[in-house]
Write a protein that binds this ligand. Structure first.
Ligand SMILES: Cc1cc2nc3c(=O)[nH]c(=O)nc-3n(C[C@H](O)[C@H](O)[C@H](O)COP(=O)(O)OP(=O)(O)OC[C@H]3O[C@@H](n4cnc5c(N)ncnc54)[C@H](O)[C@@H]3O)c2cc1C
Length: 386
């Protein structure tokens, strides 16, 4: 139990869930925490090495079954995301994109040959995947995508470009979404195919311990079997996003917990006006409000995870979790920053890194506004955006 677990929410987890959480926490303590400030500062992360280590622990495609995947519960996967993101949101993004976006798309919509070809290698981290939906001119509104897929004999030709694609510069395969004559289709595209070029996006001020890229597709010729046969229409990529958003609901709590724990330790030892910061009523009010929000966020994540395990989780419910938990995690990170004063902006402490990371987490996988619109549509029966 951590100091922020006032309500003993740990008691709502079973032994296996607690066990998985401790294993991931240890891995993050050993392999991420000692290096992450440096990765962040340099904007470089040993993604391939980390992927293989995460693969050895069964964290890649962890909640999928077969093909070398661990077949864990959604709650166990969520707890793993929380612990990874307590290290860094970028590190959690590597795992989320690999498992919930790229592997899930192939697992759910791919042919048996595609699954055999990619999933076992992706589960061990030998192969890295990415997921290309966003384009330079189409983010929140993927239905307007400009990337085109057209048939040429038995082959497909893909033309267009994808932007802001996590893992792309280190990936072996991209799941690319493109508009064909019959609607949106998905393709498993080996990134060494002729006509594909990948450029790393630099100068990010957020998620610097994650590699992000732009993928240009210049009449890329693909065999017929590159098409994901089960994916027809925009609901296919959106279902992958629902998977990944569930992980984010949990992950954001990891960043927030790390900020809170760092702040509690700092406020207990930093003295001003002859007493520790933690002894001031204004500081305690901040700490209490943040701990309360964290606990509520955890209960929400656990409820959504249990719904997912019962096969009853609906997309607008995930929107509730993503909207609330990322927004509150960011508010916690910013508030913790105030308690650390000038040290709050220093890279010697993790707070500003988490706060900056959460700006990306707030935007990707559906911005807060888009989740408000999804919830608003459910409440009113009126779509304000489609
Ligand atoms: C670090 C990082 C990694 C990413 N990784 C991936 C990835 O792996 N794969 C991928 O496909 N994408 C990825 N993305 C892209 C991400 O999903 C998009 O940035 C996101 O969907 C928003 O799109 P946009 O940036 O084009 O913003 P826009 O869609 O241009 O939106 C700009 C602003 O307008 C608001 N807005 C838009 N439409 C409406 C509306 N109807 N009503 C009210 N407000 C509205 C938005 O909420 C936002 O505040 C990543 C982004 C980042 C920053």
């Amino acid at each position: 139990m951590t100091p922020v677990d006032l309500l003993d929410l740990d008691s709502l987890l079973d032994d296996e869930e607690r066990q998985i959480r401790s294993v991931v926490r240890r891995l993050v303590d050993d392999r991420v925490r000692p290096h992450v400030a440096d990765w962040y500062e340099r904007g470089q992360v040993p993604a391939r090495e980390l992927a293989r280590e995460f693969g050895r622990l069964g964290l890649l495609g962890m909640h999928l079954t077969g093909y070398g995947c661990a077949g864990s519960t959604a709650v166990a996967y969520g707890l793993a995301c929380l612990e990874l993101e307590a290290g860094d949101s970028g590190v959690r993004s590597l795992v989320s994109v690999q498992g919930s976006l790229a592997m899930y798309a192939i697992w759910r919509y791919g042919s048996e040959e595609q699954k055999q070809r990619w999933l076992p290698a992706m589960a061990t981290g030998e192969a890295i995947g990415c997921f290309g939906l966003t384009e330079p001119d189409h983010g929140s509104d993927p239905a307007s995508m400009a990337t085109r897929a057209r048939r040429d004999g038995d082959d497909w030709l893909l033309h267009g470009g994808k932007m802001w694609i996590t893992n792309a510069p280190v990936a072996d395969v991209a799941v690319i979404w493109a508009r064909a004559e019959e609607g949106v289709r998905g393709f498993a595209v080996p990134l060494d195919s002729p006509g594909v070029s990948v450029r790393e996006i630099r100068r990010k001020m957020s998620l610097r311990a994650s590699v992000t890229g732009e993928i240009a597709l210049d009449d890329v010729r693909l065999p017929a079997d590159a098409l994901l046969p089960g994916a027809a229409g925009l609901k296919a990529p959106l279902s992958c996003l629902t998977e990944a958003r569930h992980g984010i609901v949990w992950g954001a709590l990891g960043s927030a917990r790390d900020c809170l724990e760092t702040t509690l330790a700092y406020a207990g030892t930093r003295t001003q006006f002859g007493r520790p910061l933690a002894g001031f009523q204004l500081t305690q009010a901040k700490l209490a409000d943040m701990a309360v929000e964290w606990q509520k966020g955890f209960l929400l994540a656990l409820h959504l995870g249990r719904l997912a395990d019962a096969g009853r989780l609906r997309p607008e419910q995930v929107s509730v979790g993503k909207l609330n938990n990322v927004r509150e995690a960011l508010a916690i990170a910013r508030q913790c920053r105030t308690i650390l004063g000038a040290n709050g902006v220093s890279g010697e402490y993790p707070i500003m890194r988490h706060a900056n990371n959460l700006e990306s987490v707030l935007t990707y996988e559906g911005t807060s506004e888009i989740h408000q619109l999804v919830i608003g549509q459910r409440l009113t029966g009126l779509s304000a955006f489609a």
